[in-house]
Ligand binder design. Structure first.
Ligand code: GUN
Length: 286
């Protein structure tokens, strides 16, 4: 059986086109996403560029701030403070990881909850834990959109999230588990005993460990949905956490890498930016 390919590029385009239409219907207000990139990491620069490109396609304005890798903690925090105070900026994204020596936690917590389009501040994460409305981090939200779009059954099913990062694994486990979604969630990680046995139990596998091709076909229950969030830079190029071709023979659904969860992260970021603008009273969403 060949798995259904979950096309993140196509769904992202659909989301961006939908946003463009909604923003036009709202009278094309200036909705602004600001990004901050510290350092000159090539892949991070490309991610940030594509966020700006897609923001423009959605009818949003965007602003980019950059600092050299040698920037101090205080310099980074000064930029974020000024974006936080700027009424013309509705969403703030600090591209992670920050260069060595910079602590992301105090930087992120300078972002006001209503501008936190990445959903990574303590207040946004706290709201997610408490089941209260708020901005939710983009990759987990994008994964949920993909599962919905492809009608993957979730309620009552077993989901295994491999990787417990605050960017992906942790918030995604909360989204899958929450009332109304109702998966039974196991979090697996580098210390999990019998990883293959744990993953084999899953109807939904979220591979978010950043370990190149660690999910192999023998670990996957036939018919399971396999979502690849991993990105590893190897000598063979950028690869995901899933050994794609063999796993696609076993799984029921699978995301390609690239072209699966990555584009959905951007789609969710732009949706969050519209929500953030509404939280700040720039638009009224119905
Ligand atoms: N780096 C890789 N993915 C992300 C993301 O979703 N948000 C931020 N801020 N940085 C990232």
């Amino acid at each position: 059986m060949a798995a259904i390919r979950m096309d993140g590029n196509a769904l992202r385009d659909e989301v961006v086109a939908g946003l463009a239409q909604r923003i036009e219907e709202l009278g094309s207000p200036d909705i602004c996403l600001a990004t901050l990139l510290v350092g000159d990491d090539g892949p991070s620069q490309r991610y940030v560029n594509s966020k700006h490109k897609k923001a423009a396609e959605a009818g949003m304005v965007s602003r980019h701030e950059s600092l050299p890798a040698s920037a101090t903690q205080a310099e980074v925090e000064t930029v974020v403070r000024s974006l936080a105070l700027d009424d013309s900026v509705h969403g703030i994204l600090v591209q992670l990881p920050l260069p060595d020596g910079l602590d992301p936690e105090p930087v992120l917590d300078l972002i006001p909850a209503e501008k936190d389009v990445d959903g990574l501040t303590e207040r946004s994460m706290g709201r997610l834990v408490r089941g209260r409305p708020g901005l939710v981090s983009c990759t987990p939200l994008g994964v949920m959109r993909l599962l919905e779009k492809y009608d993957v059954p979730i309620s009552g099913r077993r989901a295994v999230v491999v990787g417990r990062s605050t960017l992906v694994g942790l918030p995604l486990s909360l989204l899958l588990n929450r009332k109304g979604t109702d998966a039974t969630v196991t979090m697996a990680h580098s210390r999990t005993a019998d990883m293959a046995g744990v993953v084999r139990e899953a109807d939904i596998v979220i591979a978010a460990a950043g370990q190149a091709r660690m999910i192999t076909a023998d670990m996957v229950k036939p018919g399971a949905a396999v979502i690849d969030v991993g990105v590893s830079r190897t000598e063979a190029g950028i690869v995901g956490d899933v050994d794609f071709e063999p796993v696609a023979e076993v799984a029921g659904w699978i995301t390609p890498m690239p072209g699966g969860t990555g584009p959905m992260t951007i789609a969710s970021l732009l949706e969050n930016t519209l929500t953030a603008a509404a939280l700040q009273g720039v638009v009224t969403l119905t």
